[in-house]
Design a protein around this ligand. Structure first.
Ligand SMILES: C[S@@+](CC[C@H](N)C(=O)[O-])C[C@H]1O[C@@H](n2cnc3c(N)ncnc32)[C@H](O)[C@@H]1O
Length: 222
């Protein structure tokens, strides 16, 4: 097992990496016990949630909606890092990760305060019902899915936190030869949100957790 960006799955023997009583280590040990989640996914969710929570400080959060959720761990970590027991979460994926139920059960066993607060929906992000007050989050919604996440949020004027991946650079002659074409695409996404009345803060999770680490945080201007 290498660092926090390792794709190797966490197994019970890796609990030694999470020895303390804090939230991350308690969560880490719970996930090691179920022996199925790549280490990277735990740390991506943790780092992204930490930045979203800082950005949201002081906001009311009734519901978090995690689109293209996979295991739905981002939604769950956002509840764990929040201090409002009334906040709920919806994790949406057209093909939820195989062991998402197992992972959720382990998280609830370690943190009973989130029992009953997370709903999983097998659905396309295009079809799910969203609300203006939702905080819409999405980690590594591939390519154009990231744009659909932004479109769905902007149509409602909802807050949105997006960490894109798999940027579509093909058929973009203007990006040829650029050192970081993905940055240009994310700048375009930022401008797209600004034109629709958003304030956008661009952040990043540590590059040793994910190379696709840019985080766009959009909030409608009041
Ligand atoms: C790269 S994974 C990211 C999973 C998770 N957010 C993470 O960071 O580990 C992309 C996910 O998007 C889901 N997906 C693909 N098309 C979708 C759609 N139209 N609506 C909802 N989920 C979709 C896939 O099933 C997959 O779980």
């Amino acid at each position: 097992m290498h660092g926090p960006g390792s794709r190797n799955k966490l197994s019970p023997s890796h609990a030694r990496y999470y020895p303390d009583d804090g939230l991350l280590d308690t969560l880490g040990r719970a996930i090691c016990a179920v022996d199925c989640l790549p280490r990277k996914e735990l740390h991506e969710a943790w780092e992204m949630a930490t930045r979203i929570r800082t950005w949201l400080a002081g906001d009311t959060v009734v519901r978090v909606v995690d689109l293209c959720a996979g295991y739905g761990l981002l939604a769950q970590v956002l509840l764990l890092q929040g201090n409002d027991p009334h906040t709920t979460a919806l994790a949406v994926d057209v093909r939820p990760a195989k062991n998402s139920v197992l992972v959720h059960a382990a998280v609830v066993a370690a943190f009973p305060n989130i029992a009953g607060r997370v709903t999983f929906e097998r659905a396309r992000l295009e079809d799910v019902t969203l609300g203006t007050g939702d905080v819409i989050v999405s980690a590594h919604a591939c390519g154009a899915l990231s744009d659909t996440v932004l479109s769905r949020a902007a149509a409602l004027g909802a807050r949105v936190a997006l960490m894109p991946c798999c940027h579509r650079t093909r058929r973009r002659a203007d990006l040829v030869g650029l050192a970081d074409p993905a940055a240009v695409i994310d700048e375009e996404r930022t401008m797209w949100l600004i034109e629709r009345g958003y304030d956008v803060f661009v952040d990043a999770i540590p590059a040793n957790v994910s190379a696709k680490n840019r985080l766009l945080l959009g909030r409608p201007r009041s």
